[in-house]
Ligand binder design. Structure first.
Ligand code: GLN
Ligand code: ZN
Length: 773
């Protein structure tokens, strides 16, 4: 860095990448399907980039480098890996003659090839976004294998905007990576930091040469309690930024630390030789000792992440202004930004014209957040200049608190009257006996997780019903026919516990949101979940109640088609929260209990309708786990209680199942045990049944179904393979506790492979039963 550059007073850390109408998703998927050329994809991608930078400029991000370079074809962690040569050798030669990773090579890493599994996917901090996990082997040779981000910068520049390029920072990059399969057991990717830094330095030089005066390096791994001891982490960060700072001809560095607080690392990070530091002041509190912070910062810019990038509620500008005041009185004049990238929220609340106008006024999607950041930046320079906006925000927030439906007295008094007994069922031993009498199931009962393939016909029926081309009766008739097919299929295959297949559900959370009070759904509110996959989270804004039964008719119809027990299917309170945008005006625990009470009533109605097994899915239980260890016990306590509140009204003879979508059991096994479900199904096939070790070690005492069929891939597991998995399972868990089921719902699969896989699953179970006697 030759001269000190000014960091923009107002900025955001990142912006939705999929396009206002999911243009990038559509283009990328069309390219994958061979329907458009590479050139057409490139054109579409440039269109998305241009629309974004123009939009952000129109919204007022006019200072140089205020617009983040946040485009990505698939994933920002993969982008960073692609630039650094972190390309696993198992993929063979993905580089072209110039040693660069082509776009096809990039997509191969993301999606796999005939021979190779894609990079693993995992959750990005405490969000519902999934990134691709880079694989690092001891003999990796880092080098620059992509120039794409530089070209994107140049493209924006040619269109008149100096963006601020973005990369995942080196420490976070290595902490998010995993050791390649062939690495020795004690190998840690972080040990490669020194070798990695020169490549970052060279990248920084290239950005500077292209005209970039600032670059953003995201280091969210610094806000997490991970496996690396704090002292070692501090050492790594110091090393990394000393080396990067020494580079000649580099842009100014903004080190950003979204998703929480730096905690004890704050002073270390504040003292690094970078030019600007962003901290999350939405989720994290103001540091206690501001004078120490001021001293550590010296002359670098503090970028205050005041506007929440992660949820959709209008900012309490008065509260943010107070934080700015506190900083100012400590002699720190902050620049303003969002707390995280805004790619967790949809583009623009103004487009949700179908929403009640008052509700809409409470919302801030990405575009509204930009405006909020600009207002707060104005406040930081001249408090009077932002007075009108601050007053307006306060007024809207006050109205929101009083609005009809936000607080419902019947919900509040019901919650207040709850006692310990509402969270307890009868002893498991008594329940187990009652259930066996009711159900009379064989050893190793077979079942599935709930959904069956969502065929083209089902999706088109739903679309036609939404457009009004089918009336409710016609739509329901089609769904009933589908349920009949799914029931017949399971009977023919010989399953013991049946499901109705969930054809009537667009999504396991949105379906309930649409049928409960206190929620609304958006039309354009898509957010990226991973790659080209997007979800449209519902908005949970008010007290939750159930005005009528939701699933009962479907379940009762399905049960009427068979003598076998039919599972009733519900989505659990934590998952409903995790996959919605949840009100921020009360503790999550309270909201979770409201949802739990609605589900409790639904369970009672299912029982009355003759349903004897009820599954309450909690695939997201792990997802909301706080990043700081100190915060985890409280979360686990309330999330477990919410599940118990939902389920413990069930009679002893009613068998309560739950389903969880991951296999890293260790951390949450006590919580899972605490759910007190009679049967728990979990993911296991991909990890070769590793979970059974945890189960054995923990002495898990109730029913459990470690998945024996990986439904995330079209591959059909052979009968022998399933038998082998079952053999492993019975060696660790008493056979009388074991269930046989796939890993997860079958909704994304096709019928051909599903039928064959399920047939093998039943055959393997019979074989195993024979071995057992
Ligand atoms: N019952 C749901 C299904 O089968 C569960 C999905 C999930 O775990 N994500 O689709
Ligand atoms: Zn699942």
């Amino acid at each position: 860095m030759t001269e000190t550059k000014t960091f923009p007073a107002a900025s955001i850390l990142g912006y939705p990448r999929i396009g206002r109408r999911r243009e990038l998703k559509k283009a990328v998927e069309a390219y994958w399907a061979g329907k458009i050329s590479l050139a057409a994809l490139d054109t579409a991608a440039k269109e998305v980039q241009l629309t974004t930078i123009n939009r952000l400029r129109d919204l007022g991000l006019v200072e140089p480098h205020a617009v983040p370079g946040s485009f990505s074809y698939y994933d920002h962690v993969l982008d960073t890996a692609a630039h650094l040569g972190a390309i696993p050798s198992r993929f063979g030669q993905l580089l072209d003659d110039d040693g660069q990773l082509s776009l096809d090579g990039y997509f191969t890493l993301a999606r796999g090839s005939a021979q190779q599994q894609p990079l693993e996917m995992t959750k990005w901090f405490d969000s519902n976004y999934h990134y691709l996990v880079p694989e690092i082997s001891p003999d990796i040779r880092f080098s620059i294998t992509s120039n794409r981000a530089v070209e994107e910068f140049e493209f924006a520049l040619a269109n008149g905007v100096q963006t601020r390029p973005y990369l995942v920072g080196p420490v976070t990059f290595l902490l998010l990576s995993k050791a390649a399969d062939d690495a020795p057991a004690d190998f840690s990717p972080l040990s490669k930091l020194e070798e990695l830094l020169p490549v970052y330095r060279e990248l920084l030089r290239r950005f500077a040469a292209a005209g970039a005066e600032w670059i953003q390096l995201d280091e969210p791994a610094l806000v997490v309690d991970g496996e690396v001891p704090a002292a070692e982490l501090a050492e790594a960060v110091r090393l990394a930024y000393r080396v990067l700072a020494e580079g000649q001809d580099r842009p100014g560095i903004l080190l950003s630390s979204p998703y929480g607080t730096l905690g004890d690392l704050l002073e270390t990070v504040a003292a690094l030789p970078v030019e600007a530091l962003q901290i999350d002041l939405f989720k994290g509190a103001l540091p206690e000792d501001l004078s120490a912070l001021k001293a550590a910062l010296a002359d670098k810019t503090l970028v205050a992440g005041l506007v929440d990038g992660h949820n959709i509620w209008r900012n309490d500008l008065a509260a943010s202004a107070r934080k700015i005041e506190a900083l100012r009185s400590a002699g720190i004049k902050p620049a303003i930004s969002t707390s995280t990238s805004t790619f967790h929220v949809p583009h623009d609340a103004d487009e949700e014209t179908q929403l009640d106008e008052q509700l809409r006024s409470w919302l801030a999607f990405a575009d509204q957040k930009v405006t909020e950041v600009i207002t707060l930046a104005r406040y930081a320079t001249d408090p009077a200049a932002a007075a009108a906006e601050i007053a307006e925000a306060s007024e809207i927030i006050a109205t929101r608190a009083q609005a009809p439906g936000v607080q419902r007295s019947e919900v509040r008094s019901r919650l207040a009257a709850l006692g310990p007994a509402d969270f307890e069922r009868e002893d498991y031993a008594i329940r187990a006996r009652a259930q066996q009498e009711e159900l009379n199931l064989p050893v190793l009962p077979t079942t599935t997780i709930g959904s069956f393939p969502q065929t083209k016909e089902i999706r088109s029926a739903r679309a036609r019903a939404n457009r009004g081309e089918l009336n409710a009766e016609q739509y329901q008739q089609l769904m009933r026919e589908e349920i009949q097919r799914v029931v017949d299929l399971q009977e023919n295959l010989g399953f013991d516990v049946l499901v109705h297949g969930e054809p009537e559900r667009n999504d396991m959370v949105q379906y309930f949101a649409e049928n409960l009070e206190g929620f609304d759904v958006t039309i354009h509110g898509w957010v990226q979940s991973y790659g080209s996959r997007c979800t449209r989270p519902s908005i949970l804004w008010g007290d939750v109640t159930r005005s009528s039964a939701i699933t009962v008719e479907w379940a009762a119809f399905a049960q009427s088609l068979t003598e076998k027990p039919m599972k009733g299917m519900l989505t659990g309170p934590v998952t409903i929260l995790a996959w919605s945008f949840v009100r921020d005006d009360q503790p999550l625990q309270q909201t979770a209990n409201q949802v739990a009470l609605a589900l409790r009533d639904e369970i009672a109605d299912l029982e009355t309708a003759g349903i004897k097994i009820i599954q309450v899915d909690e695939p997201a239980l792990r997802e909301l786990l706080p990043l700081r260890k100190a915060d985890q016990p409280e979360y686990l306590d309330w999330s477990v209680k919410a599940f118990r509140l939902a389920t413990s009204g069930a009679a002893s003879g009613t068998q309560v199942h739950t389903h969880l979508c991951y296999s890293e059991f260790g951390v949450v096994i006590d919580a899972i045990d605490g759910l007190d479900a009679d049967v728990t199904s979990i993911e296991a096939a991909r990890s070769r049944m590793e979970v059974v070790n945890d189960l054995e070690h923990h002495g898990f005492g109730r029913g459990v179904g470690p998945g024996v069929y990986d439904i995330h891939s079209p591959r059909v597991p052979g009968e022998a393979e399933v038998t082998e998995l079952l053999r492993t399972a019975v060696n660790h868990v008493p056979a009388r506790q074991l269930w046989v089921n796939p890993d997860c719902g079958l909704k994304t699969r096709g019928y051909a492979e599903t039928e064959e896989s399920l047939r093998n699953l039943v055959a393997a179970t019979r074989e195993m039963r024979a071995e057992l006697v």
